[in-house]
Ligand binder design. Structure first.
Ligand code: FES
Length: 154
């Protein structure tokens, strides 16, 4: 006959204690990781040739944004949209000039689109194509070095 905890109390508490110790240990490690990750993210800047304002910030690989594609990336705390146009790589502030929503690139229409009120922008110039935005997207300086795309943070 098998023994259970009621008949053999010396065997049951040990695995329970180990289980509880493992759960407590995992919880502590998880909590430390949750606290440490944003602190390390703040202390260790992204790869760039000058993380301060005015420096080049690596934002993506060219292979991440194929011709005719676009992607919103963070540059510091600002969202920037990178578009691989037939006239080269272009970058604009991704903040819509109407009411400040974040734009996205629409490959189907080959336009930069604001999801809030369907404002549309030309991916090559950033100019308004249609919708309520009062002005075009603010251009940002972008350079391509090998397979890496850099935007100058301001
Ligand atoms: S916020 Fe972009 S069109 Fe209104």
């Amino acid at each position: 006959m098998g023994q259970n905890a009621a008949t053999n109390p010396s065997r049951e508490p040990l695995p329970r204690r180990r289980f509880l110790a493992a759960v407590a240990g995992f919880s502590i490690v998880s909590m430390l990781a949750m606290v440490a990750t944003p602190i390390l993210g703040f202390l260790i800047p992204p790869k760039s040739s000058g993380a301060a304002a005015g420096g080049k910030v690596l934002v993506a690989k060219v292979s991440d944004i194929p011709p005719g594609g676009g992607k919103v990336v963070p540059v510091g705390s600002k969202p920037t949209i990178i578009v691989n146009t037939d006239q080269g790589m272009k970058a604009y502030s991704a903040i819509c000039t109407h009411l400040g929503c974040i734009v996205a690139f629409d490959t189907g229409s080959n336009t930069i689109v604001c999801p809030c009120h369907d404002g549309r922008f030309n991916p090559t110039t950033g100019a308004v194509v249609s919708g309520p935005p009062p002005s075009g997207l603010t251009p940002e300086e972008v350079t391509v070095e090998g397979d890496e795309i850099f935007v100058v943070s301001t």
